[in-house]
Design a binder for this molecule. Structure first.
Ligand SMILES: Cc1cc2nc3c(=O)[nH]c(=O)nc-3n(C[C@H](O)[C@H](O)[C@H](O)COP(=O)(O)OP(=O)(O)OC[C@H]3O[C@@H](n4cnc5c(N)ncnc54)[C@H](O)[C@@H]3O)c2cc1C
Length: 324
């Protein structure tokens, strides 16, 4: 009977991606409660070092599929390669992060194998031979639990920054090569190259402190206020969409539904109204502080502390107090 969890690892530029380690943390939690093994599938070409690295995390086995055709991720290649790995691990849940790769691959896999798919979840639990996933719906307003049953296994994607990444430690996992079969003719996508942003930017999802700026800042020249505050607090500057749309800050700083999901220890929203699409990306932060001139701004519904005031006045006086 299928049991346990299989995570499909994501790697880029020779590095395991952070969301994969978040899935390891969740996967470990699931197998501790419900039994079975925590396995990680690692596909690529020349990925021995990555496999050894993954084995240092609290997983039971790293199943490595090496093949020239798997050098770059393609849904067709990964779907074919996963066959041998799934035969071996026989997992109940195939788990991956809801990243660009995860939400591309998961539906392909579910369709190829006729398996149920629960995507963009914020949690998953095992109930007997079925699962219960939690999803946020209606513009993030409510969380619903959905039951899935009657299938041999389930494909689940979980949003990034939902769980804390696993840390190295544990007994040391077994690394095993699996003979994967990939028919190159069935790979319809060819990766011609990878384009990276020209300027390497900070990763707001990894920051403990995010000072986020919205349209209330008024003009680009005023951004220096939030930049100074973020620097003073050892944090980074995030933004609402109008700020990145106006190109006052790069897209990589955008918090929200079509930006990044953050789970900062401290989030300070400066001149941000709190539209659902923004809130979707910051509501799980530890401590939320909002500064807004409008006392009825929706952001105050999510804030632990609120300041009704003009950021152009509040921020300088806040920094003055912090300095002294
Ligand atoms: C499909 C879709 C996806 C989207 N994705 C995102 C997303 O990922 N992230 C995102 O942020 N948005 C997203 N949006 C846009 C979102 O709906 C809002 O329009 C946006 O979040 C509003 O940004 P804002 O709060 O900065 O601006 P506004 O809503 O204009 O709010 C500005 C706030 O500043 C306050 N203010 C004005 N002056 C001052 C001052 N001097 N001091 C203090 N407060 C002041 C005002 O009272 C107001 O509350 C998306 C929209 C759609 C349709």
């Amino acid at each position: 009977m299928p049991q346990g969890v299989l995570i499909v690892a994501e790697h880029r530029d020779g590095k395991i991606q952070g969301p994969t380690l978040e899935m390891v943390a969740k996967g470990r939690d699931l197998v501790s409660k419900h039994g079975g093994k925590l396995s990680v599938a690692l596909f690529g070409h020349g990925v021995d070092a990555l496999a050894e690295e993954l084995a240092q995390y609290p997983v039971d086995q790293v199943l490595v599929g090496e093949n020239e055709t798997l050098k770059s991720y393609t849904p067709e290649g990964y779907s074919q390669a996963l066959k041998a790995v799934v035969d071996q691990a026989d997992p109940l849940v195939i788990l991956m992060a809801h990243t660009t790769q995860g939400y591309d691959f998961a539906p392909r896999l579910a369709a190829d194998w006729n398996l149920p798919l629960a995507s963009g979840c914020v949690d998953v639990a095992v109930e007997g031979q079925g699962i219960v996933v939690t999803r946020r719906v209606l513009n993030e307003k409510i969380a619903v639990d959905l039951e899935f049953g009657g299938a041999p296994r389930y494909v689940v994607t979980i949003r990034a920054a939902t769980f804390k990444p696993a840390e190295k430690g544990g007994a040391g996992a077994q690394v095993q090569k699996v003979a994967v079969q990939v028919d190159a003719a069935k790979i319809i996508r060819k990766v011609l190259g990878v384009e990276k942003p020209q300027v390497a930017d900070v990763d707001i999802t990894a920051a403990d402190v995010v000072v986020a700026v919205g349209r209330g800042i008024g003009k680009k020249e005023n951004l220096v206020l939030v930049q100074d505050l973020a620097k003073m607090l050892g944090g980074v500057v995030g933004a609402s969409r109008p700020i990145t749309d106006a190109e006052w800050l790069p897209k990589s700083r955008q918090v929200g539904q079509s930006g990044k999901t953050i789970k900062a220890k401290l989030y300070i929203g400066c001149g941000i109204s709190g539209a659902m699409q923004h809130v979707a990306g910051m509501k799980d932060s530890g401590l939320i502080i909002a500064i807004n001139t409008d006392p009825s701004a929706p952001i105050f519904e999510y804030a632990h502390y609120g300041v009704v005031g003009n950021i152009l006045e509040v921020l300088p006086s806040l920094m003055k107090s912090l300095k002294s």
